[in-house]
Design a protein around this ligand. Structure first.
Ligand SMILES: Cc1cc2nc3c(=O)[nH]c(=O)nc-3n(C[C@H](O)[C@H](O)[C@H](O)COP(=O)(O)OP(=O)(O)OC[C@H]3O[C@@H](n4cnc5c(N)ncnc54)[C@H](O)[C@@H]3O)c2cc1C
Length: 424
């Protein structure tokens, strides 16, 4: 089959890789001049297979308000909020209070995480890609005794699903992370022993090159404008080049992996995708003394900031902000991220010289991504991965390829079904 994939972020590129591997002819449409240049660019770099959960969590509701009110709290909302932001908040609350839904969705996401890890290992065996990647584990720090106690339930759930994890004392954390000599409060951590890291942008670009070498047509600087369909099938996609020239492209199947920009392509065909762009920020800087930086990746629960080693660079990331597509980078957000890093890994890098970035998590209000067949028989979706798209990319790409080829997916996709938002 000839399959068009819209979007050359990490999800679109892994999808193209899996489809090509199965013998399909693949064309990727990407409006940027390079792959992975939107949300996949400078994220927290965690392949956090064990730390995946829906934000629509009944417990989150009670944490959110204090976080919003705290000066350097992790949750921010632009005032006055837009209609889209309010719709996202109310829909998230509705899903959070749906009895039993959080637990079901969390398990579904963890199973996808397990599958994604397997697919990453297979992909890395198949292709020798340079992306500062590794699987050296992830530490979720506990800055209070209550936080450590709270990790017990997660530890039990991971054990039940066969995902290796350990509860560590503060001393064990310092042994695992010798650079962590700062004065931030520390009572221990939950260690996700088989989780990983990696530069998602570098990975996406390297994968795009490998795909092209294997015959995938990656077309940059083109905007997918519209799907043309009858009641059964999509026949063509209308594409605009950078010089404004319009073109119609025929294919046997179409996959939408356009992240935050997916809805406008499928909405005219009768499917509403309530993906909201949840903003975050990052700093990337070479480490001046790499022994003083993180060994792998740590989540500082005190500021909700993630610090990750990428080779000899440090990536520090934080904030959940509802501000629509506003791309400004306020100094106070960066100051909080710097404060967190200094409280854990003092002197590891000259943070004032860091490269700064902001990006938008393609969030669904209930949590799981949108993976499956769309509103026409040859239209497929692999999008809405929110805060875990790097982690899930290899797994979800394999699953959508299985669906396209008419196979039973290796992971149950009920929680990810595209039509669920219109079900009452
Ligand atoms: C601050 C922050 C930290 C994060 N940390 C992590 C993390 O540690 N681990 C993790 O797993 N995830 C993390 N994420 C989430 C992760 O980055 C995203 O889920 C993932 O990058 C989404 O990939 P994508 O390919 O779906 O979207 P994108 O990377 O946004 O790609 C979509 C692509 O589609 C293109 N496109 C859109 N519309 C069109 C069109 N009409 N025509 C042509 N091209 C189009 C865009 O240009 C873009 O390149 C983080 C996100 C943020 C913002």
């Amino acid at each position: 089959m000839h399959i068009v994939v819209v979007g050359g972020g990490v999800v679109g590129m892994t999808t193209a890789y899996e489809l090509n591997r199965r013998g399909h002819q693949v064309t990727v449409l990407e409006r940027h001049p390079i792959a992975g240049n939107e949300t996949s660019k400078a994220n927290a770099a965690q392949r956090s297979y064990g730390v995946v959960y829906p934000w629509a969590d009944p417990g989150m509701v009670f944490k959110a308000l204090p976080w919003l009110l705290k000066q350097d709290g992790p949750l921010k909302m632009r005032l006055p909020p837009s209609v889209e932001a309010l719709k996202f908040v109310f829909a998230t609350l509705r899903y959070a209070w749906s009895p039993g839904l959080f637990g079901l969705n969390r398990r579904a996401m963890l199973r996808l995480g397990i599958h994604s890890r397997e697919r990453f290992l297979a992909l890395e065996k198949d292709l020798d890609l340079a992306f500062d990647g590794g699987h050296q584990g992830l530490l979720h720090l506990a800055s209070t005794p209550e936080a450590l106690e709270g990790y017990r339930a997660t530890h039990d759930l991971l054990k039940e699903l066969g995902i290796p994890s350990r509860l560590l004392t503060a001393e064990q954390v310092r042994e695992a992370e010798p650079g962590m000599v700062g004065n931030g409060p520390l009572f221990g951590a939950l260690s996700y022993d088989t989780d990983g890291t990696g530069d998602c942008h570098q990975f996406s670009r390297e994968l795009a090159k490998a795909c092209e070498a294997n015959g995938v047509a990656v077309r940059y600087n083109v905007e997918a404008e519209k799907l043309v369909a009858d009641e059964h099938k999509v026949s063509v996609i209308i594409v605009r080049s950078a010089d404004g020239a319009m073109e119609t492209l025929e294919a046997d199947a179409f996959v939408i992996s356009a992240g935050c920009w997916s809805n406008h392509l499928v909405q005219p065909l009768g499917l509403e995708l309530p993906i909201y762009p949840v903003k975050g920020y990052s700093l990337t800087v070479p480490m001046k003394d790499s022994k003083r930086g993180p060994v792998s990746t740590i989540h500082d629960d005190n500021y909700k900031v993630v610090s990750t080693r990428l080779g000899d660079r440090l990536r520090a990331t934080g904030f959940v902000e509802l501000a629509d597509f506003n791309r400004s980078i306020p100094e106070e957000r960066l100051a909080t991220i710097r404060k967190s890093v200094e409280s854990r890994f003092p002197g590891c890098a000259d943070l004032a010289t860091a490269e700064t970035w902001t990006g938008f998590r393609p969030m669904t209000p209930d949590g799981p991504a949108i993976i499956g067949r769309g509103p026409r028989e040859n239209l497929f979706l692999n999008t809405g991965h929110g805060t875990f798209g790097w982690t899930f990319s290899a797994g979800s790409a394999d699953l959508i390829a299985q669906v396209i080829d008419g196979e039973e997916p290796s992971v149950c996709l009920d929680a990810f079904r595209p039509g669920r938002f219109s079900e009452s």
